[in-house]
Design a binder for this molecule. Structure first.
Ligand code: F6P
Length: 195
């Protein structure tokens, strides 16, 4: 069996401010997570010479991967967070107040709702297809450092969760989800590295 490690980036300044999207750097807590993740990965994959680290093209995932040494790193645009279009940079409160119809339509159908000039969960699921094909093809372990919406979709694929659950799956910060792909099926472990 070979592990696939899924994790969100360390806490970002946008996370601290409660704003969605963006491309900010990490908070102090996020930086600390990056260091802890590096230690975890280096220990867990010590004997896995061919493992690789996949990030999105956004700073917060690249910075989270930074302290990890000894493995090749690959950036995928398909691993970027859901594009929140005109709502990028807003808090949920601001969307509710300034664009109440958008807020309500998303609440009603979070899976299909597409942000104006942005994406829906279904769009994200579709653009992840090449990433999933490549993940399946790999024989070596892969560490995927990405974002909340994207990891919900990836996790659902491996854990065989129904489509309608995807936008609501819990993928907390500072937690590693380890998926073991074996002949007997898929097993899962979660490691919470920080509170
Ligand atoms: O808040 C962090 C974040 O990654 C945002 O950038 C993104 O829009 C959001 O989570 C996705 O989660 P949800 O679909 O629940 O709004």
């Amino acid at each position: 069996p070979r592990p696939i490690l899924l994790t969100r980036h360390g806490e970002s300044l946008d996370n601290v401010h409660g704003t969605i999207g963006g491309d900010t750097v990490l908070s102090d807590a996020g930086e600390l997570y990056a260091k802890k993740l590096a230690k975890f990965v280096e220990k867990r994959l010590k004997h896995e010479k061919t493992a690789s680290i996949w990030t999105s093209t956004l700073q917060r995932t690249i910075l989270t991967a930074n302290p990890i040494v000894g493995f090749p790193k690959i950036q995928w645009r398909a691993l970027d967070e859901i594009n929140s279009g005109v709502c990028d940079g807003m808090t949920y409160e601001e969307i509710k107040k300034n664009m109440p119809e958008e807020y309500e339509s998303r609440k009603k159908d979070k899976l299909r709702y597409r942000y104006p000039r942005g994406e829906s969960y279904l769009d994200v699921i579709q653009r992840l297809e090449p990433v999933i094909i490549e993940l399946e093809r790999q024989r070596a372990p892969v560490v995927v450092i990405s974002h909340q919406a994207v990891l919900r979709a990836l996790y659902a694929y491996f854990a065989d969760r129904p489509l309608k659950e995807i936008p609501h799956i819990e993928v907390p910060l500072h937690t590693i989800i380890e998926i073991q792909m074996g002949v007997t099926g898929v097993q899962e472990k979660r490691y919470k590295l920080m509170d």
